[in-house]
Design a binder for this molecule. Structure first.
Ligand code: GDP
Ligand code: MG
Length: 211
C-alpha cells in the first residue's frame, strides 16, 4: 500500500461525463439522467495493481464550476494527476480538454520545470459506446498524441465509456502505475537537488517540489 493519498483531478466541460466516470470507477454505478454536480465531491478509490501494489487516490469532481468556466488553479493545486475528459462525439469538447491541459501545464511552470515535478496528464475520451460523431478515432488520437499540438505533452491518451464501463478500470490502473513511478522520480529528483545544494551547485530548487 502506498503511504500517500494521491490527488487526482478531473477537468473538462460540462456534460462530457466526469461525474459518471467517477461514479463508475468508485462505485461501479451509472445513472443515465443525472442532475448536474452540486457541491464539491471527492471520491475515494484504491487501485489494485496486478503486481499486488495498492494505490490510494482521492478523485476530485467539479462542483459544477465548469458550467460557468470557473475552474481555476485553486482546483488543481497540488494535484498528482489531471484527467482531462472529452466526449468522443464532440470536437469542441476535445479542444476544451486540450485547453485545460495546456493551461494546467503552464500553471505548473511549463517546460521551465523538471518533468518530474509536473502532475501526470491524461487525455480521456469518454462515451465511446456512442456512434462516432464529428471526428474519427484516428483524428482524435493524432491530436491527443502530438506533443507540440494544442494539448501540449500528454502522459497518455485513453478511451472509455462510463456507461458500459469499457476501459475505465484500465485507465485508472494505468494512472496508478504512473503515480508510483512519478513518486519514485520525485524522490530521486529531490535527493539529487539536495546533493547539488549541499555541494553549493544549486540553490532553492527543491522549494518547487511539492513531494
Ligand atoms: P459532467 O457534467 O461532465 O459531470 O457529466 P455527467 O456525468 O453529468 O454526464 C452528462 C450526461 O452524459 C449524462 O446524461 C450521462 O448519463 C451521460 N453520460 C456520461 N457518460 C456517458 C457514457 O459513457 N456514454 C453515454 N452514452 N452517456 C454518458
Ligand atoms: Mg458533473
Amino acid at each position: 500500500m502506498s503511504e500517500k493519498q494521491f490527488k487526482v483531478v478531473v477537468v473538462g466541460i460540462a456534460g462530457v461525463g466526469k461525474t459518471s466516470l467517477l461514479e463508475r470507477v468508485a462505485f461501479n454505478n451509472f445513472e443515465m439522467y443525472k442532475k448536474p454536480t452540486i457541491g464539491v465531491d471527492f471520491f475515494p478509490y484504491t487501485a489494485k495493481l496486478p503486481d499486488g501494489n495498492e494505490v490510494v487516490m482521492q478523485l476530485w469532481d467539479t462542483a459544477g464550476q465548469e458550467r460557468y468556466a470557473q475552474l481555476n488553479s485553486a482546483y488543481w493545486r497540488a494535484a498528482d494527476a489531471i484527467i482531462a475528459v472529452f466526449d468522443a462525439t464532440s470536437t469542441y469538447s476535445l479542444e476544451s480538454a486540450c485547453q485545460y491541459l495546456h493551461k494546467i501545464y503552464e500553471d505548473f511552470g511549463g517546460s521551465k520545470i523538471d518533468p518530474a515535478l509536473h502532475p501526470i496528464r491524461v487525455l480521456l475520451a469518454n462515451k465511446i459506446d456512442l456512434p462516432r460523431g464529428e471526428s474519427t478515432e484516428d483524428a482524435q488520437r493524432d491530436i491527443a498524441t502530438n506533443p507540440s499540438g494544442t494539448c501540449g505533452p500528454v502522459t497518455f491518451y485513453g478511451r472509455c465509456s462510463a456507461l458500459t464501463g469499457e476501459g475505465v478500470v484500465d485507465v485508472f490502473e494505468r494512472i496508478a502505475g504512473k503515480l508510483l513511478i512519478a513518486q519514485f522520480d520525485r524522490k530521486v529528483y529531490k535527493q539529487r537537488s539536495e546533493v547539488l545544494i549541499s555541494s553549493g551547485h544549486l540553490e532553492s530548487i527543491v522549494d518547487k517540489c511539492s513531494c
